[in-house]
Design a protein around this ligand. Sequence first.
Ligand SMILES: [Zn+2]
Length: 193
Amino acid sequence: MLKTNQSPRYVQPKLSKENVRWIKELLPGLSSEIGGSIELNSQGSFERFTVYTSTRRTAMTLPDFFQIEYHCHFDPYAIQLPSITDLKIAMKRKLGYDKKATGVSGQLNVVFCLKGVVVYRYDGKEKHADRIFGAISDIMNSGRDDARGMRDQIEKIEEISNFKFSFTTWDVAARRGVKLGKFCLKEIVVNPA
Ligand SMILES: [Zn+2]
């Protein structure tokens, strides 16, 4: 549920190394998808994760109103970056947020993968055409899934689309935590009582 914050402002929330360590430790042993929301308090600091589990290995359906959504890519043989489906969901959620659609709203998205933490968001005002997603798919299918290869792919995807990424390796996350980037604290998620 979304609650309007009285005084909207921009914050730069961060996950501390303690906040993310459990996910890093959990990832290699996962056999089905987990995900949920990263909730901030009214000061814009990390409050908690909500955790949703799925019976399926690589897919789960989350509510459309999470302001910061996350899920895990734990399969070493599958794509580590957000998939085309993930990017389309991020686009839909951001456009819902911009247009103040009820029930569809989101600013930031996070994938915890085996290589690190990928924060991604859509920065456009209109939907991308299918051919853009085709081009993104080509980039992903030709790239490597190590940290260097992921950075190369991210750079190429950012050049041709309105998606923005920030990638933190687990090495860095273990020392400094993970910056989530700019977030407008004009709505915060509150759990139904
Ligand atoms: Zn995914």
